[in-house]
Design a protein around this ligand. Sequence first.
Ligand code: PLP
Length: 395
Amino acid sequence: MVSKEALALGTARSVIRELFEYGKQRAAVVGVENVFDFSIGNPSVPAPQEVNEQAMRILREQPELIHCYTSAQGDQGARQRFADSLNRRFGAHYTADQFYITVGAAAALCCVFHGLACPGDEFIILAPYFPEYRVFIAGTGCASVVVPPDTEAFQINFQALEQAITPNTKAVVVNSPNNPSGVVYSTQTLTQLSQLLRDKSAQYGHPIYLVSDEPYREIVFHGKKAPWIPDFYEDTIICYSFSKSLSLPGERLGYVLVPESVTDCKNVYAAVAGAGRQLGYVNAPSLFQQVTSLCCDMTADLSVYEKNCGILVPALREMGYHVVEPDGAFYLFPRSLEADDVAFSQRAKEFDLLLVPGSGFGAPGHFRLSYCVQTETILRALPKFKELAQAYGLG
Ligand code: PLP
């Protein structure tokens, strides 16, 4: 006998993985250049050269820093460098002991959810959302409450959010720049969100935390920056990852930041660390704690994402697709050309376009297109998108 829930998760692949695997099989038949795989969010640009140089230097010169345990919460020097970097960039005053270094944002989120969760608590997630939130929250035994999307701009559907908050709400999860919409929450959205959470926290007599999942923080277009969410709401807990900004998804490095402004911050931090212990996540990879903390003021060359976006959005609109303008990340979330997004994704496969149905992100009637691919692939895919639109009588 094994856990029913774990068995279900372990046997059924996610829709994204399913498409990704299909793409590989199809490539064996028609050639890899003829399959347009827009399913998965694997960064297509290399990590900065400095990352490789630091890794090699440490391997050569400081072997005592690698292959060994660090403190459970991460190396003190690395945490200090993460704090210094954010302090420089956001005029903040964070300290090393507010950081808990994790195996990517996935582990950061799990530590926060497990650290906060008490029986009967609810976590609110805003559609369109990263599908794994539901899996991570279910692992705590708590419920995720889904707020339907604002399909006009993919900001926040405040009317629905207000109704979703109850005395049991422990936290609201936000992700900006967003996977899958690419939208960055505006200062107006964040101001309104903060006010609502403050009012509701006062009404129910306990803090409603904001869990800010920020793997795409640095991927923002047109020279803009994503607003720094702790400046808006004091009860914000940050989950970060170097998977996308430094193009290091396989190295599994991220952190939780519990700022001093968070209610009961010392206990929240201790509970996050305790959750890491319960989950067996202590000590993120030692070498990359050093490397990322020495390179955390830089990013990979992210300009290809903006370039790809600048080609795709006008071209798709011209063909008749409805696309909300993204501000960052590397995803588009257009409306599917028929109401049934799963049927639409199936139809797209006939044109060797691998597009993920929106229902898995809590927003049926849409599809996600992950454009972290070579620009050349985008250009070669455009005629396929046109043929797909024509199959629906557009273009
Ligand atoms: N959160 C979001 C919104 C993501 O898109 C991803 C990965 O794609 C993660 C979290 C997990 O990131 P990591 O690779 O750091 O675990």
